[in-house]
Design a protein around this ligand. Structure first.
Ligand SMILES: Cc1ncc(COP(=O)(O)O)c(C=O)c1O
Length: 477
């Protein structure tokens, strides 16, 4: 019999610590295998579809061992291995062991977090974890926060709350009754989710005003002021500025203190999309680069990016609790009545109704590693970013972006990026991508997104990349 209340593989002979050690052992073996195997698959949709059709018609049950073995084989051979130490990709992290355990526990208990009454423990664990991070961002104690499916949902929440607070008619009558069309200001480096959000909210994609950037790809305050003034003169209703703290393409941080001051003086909602870069707030070495974020009206930050927990785990923070309640209010007879006292039903302060216990993976990982362990993990990746930048420059590459965060965009004269990446993937050297910044010229983009990436990995990758580049130069002569 398991000791009372402990069921995670716990028997008379096995303690939860042993079970944890076992799962960590399995995860560590997998990590070792992944690290020594290919990163990029070569597979066609037809090959996968043929395999699925031939094995899975669901008519007869299949032995679990057989099914799991086959699924693992598919996942091992037919995906980009984002937890590989040489995956220098799009913010998809290696995952902490604690976050794997947390997701297992969540699936076993399947708590529904829509109302406090149904899942008091889970709700309070999330509240506690979000409160810790809100404090790090410097938000006031009364701020509201919720876990989301990811950064896109958090950004959608921000725009919805900002619209609701700014325009008294928006909630009931929508945009069609408004005398002036609302407009949002952001750079072209901002995340593409805002295009969909403008579409979904009814603002329309044309409501997004692309503010110019300087050479450093940061938002130009001068152009921001000019665009807002112009729009006001032309009868539009500017209501929101979106600054990015760690752009997806180049890891650039917009000038947060200046944007904050401008928003205050112009009475505009100041949202900071810190989906990836927000984790830097806990690092004593990096947090100065996020100065100004404490003045945000709302913040997006993803735990499933630099906090290295399994997907999906986004977070939305807002300093205006009344506006959040107004934006997400909902009542029907089948929903449980309000609890008395200082508790909150998440379905009344966020987009979702049925809610997974997303926050446990961050809570357990933080508990297991402690803040100091987390700081070390984040600062290690920032250090590896510096190592990569220096190594590339030494090897004759030109680094084209400026950021203290570990995203490095680079090129060299005459480089055919698409061809170069194809060779990189074919030789299984690393996964990185192509991005077009500022002048629209394609360059290579590498992000240190695994806490397991070491100086040795970087040295090897840079050396091997040099070999490809040299071969391409000689073969095109
Ligand atoms: C700056 C930024 N914001 C928002 C998002 C969207 O986050 P998610 O993929 O979690 O929805 C991303 C994703 O990469 C991002 O880089």
């Amino acid at each position: 019999m398991a000791p009372e209340g402990r069921y995670l593989m716990v028997t008379d002979e096995v303690s939860a610590d042993t079970a944890f050690a076992e799962i960590r052992g399995i995860a560590a073996n997998l990590e070792r295998d992944i690290a020594s195997g290919p990163i990029v698959p070569t597979v066609t949709p037809e090959e996968i579809r043929r395999h699925l059709t031939s094995r899975y018609d669901f008519r007869e049950p299949m032995a679990m061992d057989d099914a799991i073995a086959d699924i693992e084989r598919m996942l091992r051979t037919w995906q980009v291995q984002v937890t590989h130490p040489r995956y220098f990709g799009l913010f998809n992290p290696s995952v902490t062991h604690a976050s794997i355990i947390a997701d297992t526990l969540v699936a076993m208990y399947n708590p529904q977090l829509a109302t406090w009454r149904t899942s008091p423990a889970a709700n309070e664990i999330e509240r506690h974890t979000l409160g810790w991070l809100a404090g790090k961002f410097g938000l006031p104690a009364e701020s509201l926060a919720s876990f989301t499916s990811g950064g896109a949902e958090a950004n959608l929440s921000a725009v919805t709350v900002a619209l609701t607070r700014t325009f008294s008619d928006y909630a009931e009558s929508g945009l069609c009754r408004m005398a002036a069309s609302p407009t949002i200001y952001l750079t072209k480096e901002a995340h593409h989710s805002f295009e969909k959000i403008a579409h979904l909210t009814g603002l329309g994609r044309a409501a997004l005003r692309r503010v110019a950037t300087g050479e450093d790809l940061k938002m130009s305050l001068e152009d921001l002021a000019k665009r807002v003034a112009e729009d006001r003169r032309n009868g539009f209703a500017p209501f929101m500025v979106i600054a990015t703290a760690g752009t997806t393409g180049a890891g650039v941080i917009d000038p947060l203190p200046e944007v904050a001051r401008f928003c205050r003086s112009e009475d505009l909602w100041f949202h900071v999309d810190a989906a990836w870069g927000g984790a830097a707030i806990i690092s004593p070495r990096l947090r100065m680069h996020l100065a100004g974020i404490s003045d945000a009206d709302s913040i997006t930050c993803d735990a499933h990016k630099w906090f290295s927990v399994a997907m999906g785990a986004g977070m939305f923070f807002c300093r205006h609790p009344d506006a959040v309640r107004a934006a997400f209010r909902a009542e029907t007879s089948y929903m449980p009545g309000k609890m008395a006292g200082a508790v909150l039903d998440p379905y009344t302060t966020s987009v979702q109704w049925s809610r997974r216990f997303i926050g446990l993976k961050l809570f357990l990982a933080l508990t297991h590693q402690g803040e100091s362990g987390y700081i070390e993990m984040i600062e290690h990746q920032a250090r590896m970013g510096d190592v990569l930048r220096r190594s590339l420059k030494r090897a004759g590459w030109r680094v084209v972006n400026t950021t203290p965060l570990p995203v490095v965009c680079f090129s060299r004269d005459g480089l055919a990026t698409t061809k170069f990446l194809a060779a990189l993937y074919e030789r299984q050297i690393a996964w990185m991508s192509e991005v077009r910044l500022g002048d629209n010229t394609p360059v290579l983009r590498a992000c240190i997104t695994s806490f397991r990436t070491s100086e040795r990995d970087i040295a090897w990758v840079v050396r091997e990349m040099g070999r490809i580049a040299v071969r391409e130069e000689t073969s095109t002569q």
